[in-house]
Design a protein around this ligand. Structure first.
Ligand SMILES: C[S@@+](CC[C@H](N)C(=O)[O-])C[C@H]1O[C@@H](n2cnc3c(N)ncnc32)[C@H](O)[C@@H]1O
Length: 256
């Protein structure tokens, strides 16, 4: 039974999460991700916003990085805890936009499009401010997220079908005025149809840079992926790194 406090990642989703995200657990995906984050941690602590079942946190911790996670869903975190070395990751249950944890971090990261689970601009800005409070001077915030797929929505339409299979139809619905969208899934299970819908707020790279600026961070790097392929106008994803200026530099927010 799903606990409403777990949000959109309750028991039913948590039970199938690793299996359904199997592609994201492949070494070809995880190794460059962990290399990238371990390099930024540089011997310091890492904070994962939306740690989930520990897909990234566990291999990063096994690399010797001290990782702490935040997540809303007790069901997802129970899966993390049940894994070998799952107890090596400290976890705080709460909303990553506002939840605070003890200490400071060399790197904070939010992967797999999860910034878009915050469905208002205010919440996304709050997330940047919260991260900035947790970073050491010189520390970095890393986001991995897709570039909004508006070029793939048919002209004049607001819906894009992205999967058609014998057991699932899936489509995104966009509201271009508000940057709200939803991903919708119709699944056939034992001959019966099931529908579920997840709301998101899509956000542009430049808008994320502005949110970073509001939080006193500045863009350090932007790549298409974890292997540092160049980010271009045709990139469908980006891995962006914002840095908290070292203590001696003026705070851009105060200067403005
Ligand atoms: C797509 S999963 C990603 C999990 C993990 N980071 C990974 O890459 O496999 C999204 C996670 O974000 C969590 N989540 C969504 N919105 C959240 C919020 N506002 N605060 C904390 N966790 C949130 C969900 O509970 C879920 O565990």
């Amino acid at each position: 039974m799903d606990d409403p406090e777990d949000g959109y990642f309750g028991e039913r989703i948590a039970a199938k999460y690793d299996e359904e995200s199997a592609e994201r657990f492949q070494p070809s995906v995880l190794e460059p991700t962990v290399d990238f984050l371990a390099e930024l941690a540089a011997g310091g602590r890492a904070l994962e916003l939306a740690v989930g079942t520990g897909r990234v946190a566990l291999p990063l911790s096994q690399r010797g990085v001290d990782v702490h996670g935040i997540d809303l869903s007790k069901a997802m975190v129970a899966r993390l805890r049940a894994k070998p070395d799952g107890d090596a990751i400290g976890v705080t249950i709460g909303d990553y936009a506002t939840t605070t944890v003890e200490g400071t971090f060399s790197v904070a990261y939010l992967v797999f499009n999860t910034i878009s689970n915050l469905t208002t601009q205010e919440q996304q800005v709050a997330c940047f401010r919260n991260v900035a409070e947790h970073l050491e001077p010189g520390g970095c915030f890393v986001i991995e997220v897709g570039v909004p797929e508006l070029r793939r929505v048919p002209p004049g339409e607001h819906t894009r079908l992205f999967e058609v299979s014998p057991t699932q139809w899936a489509y995104d619905v966009y509201d271009f005025a508000t940057q709200q969208m939803s991903s919708n899934f119709v699944q056939l299970v034992d001959g019966r149809g099931h529908f579920h819908s997840i709301p998101f707020r899509y956000v542009w790279p430049a808008e994320l840079d502005l949110m970073a600026q509001l939080a006193g961070l500045r863009l350090r790097e932007r790549w298409e992926d974890w292997t540092r392929e160049p980010f271009t106008g045709d990139s469908r994803n980006h891995v962006s790194v914002w840095e908290k200026p070292a203590g001696t530099e003026a705070d851009p927010v105060q200067r403005a």
